[in-house]
Write a protein that binds this ligand. Structure first.
Ligand code: NDP
Length: 252
């Protein structure tokens, strides 16, 4: 099996993993945050959990990228910058913004995320710097422009929505409140919607199966979680806004 074939096999593993994850998470909510439950083994602080589990997406991604034959070409460098922009925020800045009272995270979740981020870093980094082909003109092509705009829009939605939540959680308090403003007027989880838009943007901007597999895996994770959050809000807050949906205004 040559490297291109191996890359395809790993990408299909991620796609199959997305289908399995989606079905599993519709029955079982991932046990972290408000859905934490006993019986999932030892835990670490949420800050440490995010830092450790997302690190491969920063460090390993760069290391793999730099091995590629096209690592110094313009278009791959721009794609690298997009990826790193998101993941440096998520890995290094987001944990520092978390309340110290955020629910601890099971080590088992951290371990699964490290495994996923390792595979995902390889298929995406190897694609953009070695197996895929991106001339400088790619940066003025429609897929790149549309994908990059979607990526930026998703990032802005995600950042705003996360900021609203982090402000709700006063330092030291473990209390949950009803988030309001922005897209919270319409849906319970705009942070997840923004995240999904980002990675579909990435899939379009790279026009790759690796990008699509990641976008679908993210959706498989976040759609069931958004539904679980939405049901949880409705149970916890009897006056929860009736017209609010889970993830897509007026749809779901
Ligand atoms: P949540 O919305 O569950 O929680 C985000 C933070 O805000 C947590 O610290 C949480 O505290 C706190 N919080 C949430 N809701 C409230 C509320 N109503 N009142 C007070 N505090 C609140 O998000 P996740 O932890 O699941 O995800 C965090 C980020 O990571 C998101 O931007 C998400 O898009 C991204 N992500 C990406 C994934 C991917 O596959 N690419 C997978 C998972 C997440 P506590 O933890 O104590 O509940």
């Amino acid at each position: 099996m040559n490297e291109t074939q191996f890359h395809s096999v790993l990408t299909y593993f991620v796609l199959i993993g997305a289908a399995i994850t989606f079905i599993a998470l519709l029955r079982l909510v991932a046990p972290y945050g408000r859905h934490s439950a006993p019986g999932w083994g030892p835990t670490i602080s949420a800050r440490m959990g995010w830092l450790i589990m997302e690190s491969p997406a920063v460090i390993l991604f760069v290391a793999i990228y730099l091995q590629g034959e096209n690592a110094t070409a313009l278009a791959p460098l721009v794609l690298l910058a997009m990826w790193q922009f998101h993941y440096i925020c998520r890995t290094l800045i987001y944990p520092l913004r978390l309340s110290t009272a955020a629910q601890p995270m099971p080590v088992s979740i951290v371990a699964i995320a490290i495994l996923f981020n390792t595979v995902n870093a390889w298929i995406n980094a190897r694609w953009i710097s070695h197996l895929g082909s991106y001339e400088p003109t790619w940066l003025t092509s429609w897929p790149f422009i549309v994908g990059a705009l979607l990526f930026i829009t998703g990032w802005l939605i995600n950042q705003h929505a996360d900021t609203v939540l982090l402000r709700l959680r006063k330092q030291g308090s473990a209390k949950y409140r009803v988030p309001r403003g922005g897209l919270y007027r319409f849906i319970s989880c705009p942070n997840y919607l923004g995240e999904m838009l980002e990675w579909f943007g990435w899939a379009i901007a790279t026009w790759s199966m690796a990008g699509l597999a990641f976008a679908l895996f993210t959706s498989a994770n976040l759609i069931p979680r958004a539904i679980a959050h939405h049901q949880w809000y409705r149970k916890q807050f009897p006056d929860y806004p009736a017209g609010r949906r889970a993830l897509l205004p007026r749809v779901v």
